[in-house]
Design a protein. Structure first.
Length: 285
């Protein structure tokens, strides 16, 4: 049976009660509109923990003015059905006012790892993410938390957050889940028209091109970046970045790296998509 909790205090009690029974708590933070990628995190949480808590909360702090907070898909009843089918133990779905009561004024800021890539184009985004996740980690307590690697920089940021602040949370990054044609699953994919959905595959084509030449021995980061960038530039309406960076620091890579993160963010109409591959580690997208 899936317990539904709306208030932070009730969520904390439920997690504390699970640990009091000797259960390890697995946390899956989401903004809802669940898809197979989210459900793969639930599956991994069930492998690593005894009690799985999933959050459904569209966090207003991580949306800047003009972004898609108002139209972000909200499918609460369908999400609950998915959670029940997966035997999720606890769903936490608070109202914004219970997470950010009147006079709320604290922001949690993580440094260097948030500044490149997404940080250049969404400068307030990660402060919103790290603030809400700090609250979720504090409410959950000792646990293992699962995040998808499609949001690669977010995963690295939250791992740094937990490490730097000595939070008793193991932060795990899980593989990207893709459609059969390679497009990374995202709640925002539902914004795409049929024509845009076809054009979106250019981001996968770029990652595959870089992966293929890496497999054949290419190690020049700029050459790999340009290969990944070309199809994205040709099919997307606007490109924020296609970058080749160190997978740990997200800064400039070493010459002749053994691993290299190729990450991209680009727009089709009003929809912004992100994707990535770690060359030297990930399978071909």
């Amino acid at each position: 049976m899936t317990l539904i909790v709306r208030e932070p205090a009730g969520f904390r009690r439920a997690c504390d009660d699970a640990r009091a029974k000797g259960q390890r708590v697995g946390l899956v933070p989401t903004m809802g509109a669940l898809h197979a990628g989210h459900l793969s995190l639930v599956d991994e949480a069930q492998r690593r923990a005894d009690f799985v808590a999933l959050t459904l909360f569209v966090n207003p702090l991580q949306f800047a003015e003009g972004e898609d907070l108002g139209r972000y898909p909200r499918t609460f009843e369908r999400d609950l059905e998915e959670c029940r089918a997966r035997n999720v133990d606890l769903v936490f779905s608070p109202e914004p006012a219970s997470m950010y009561p009147p006079a709320f004024q604290t922001t949690v800021v993580v440094g260097e790892v948030t500044q490149p890539l997404e940080g250049k184009f969404r400068p307030t985004h990660f402060d919103g993410v790290t603030t809400v996740v700090t609250k979720l980690f504090n409410l959950t307590g000792p646990s293992v938390a699962l995040f998808g690697r499609k949001d690669y920089q977010q995963w690295k940021t939250l791992a740094r957050l937990a490490r730097d602040l000595d939070m008793p949370v193991e932060v795990v990054g899980c593989p990207i889940v893709r459609e059969e044609d390679g497009l990374a699953l995202s709640s925002r994919n539902r914004y795409l028209s049929a024509a845009e959905r076809e054009r979106a595959l250019a981001i996968v084509a770029g990652l595959r091109a870089a992966h293929d030449v890496w497999t054949n021995g290419e190690r020049d980061p700029e050459a790999l970046r340009l290969l990944a960038e070309e199809p994205v530039r040709s099919r997307f309406d606007r490109v924020d970045y296609v970058a080749a960076v160190d997978p740990e620091t997200l800064g400039p890579p070493e010459a002749g790296p053994s691993r290299l993160l190729i990450a991209a963010a680009a727009h089709l109409g009003n929809t912004r998509l992100i994707d990535n591959v770690v060359l030297g580690e990930d399978r071909r997208p």
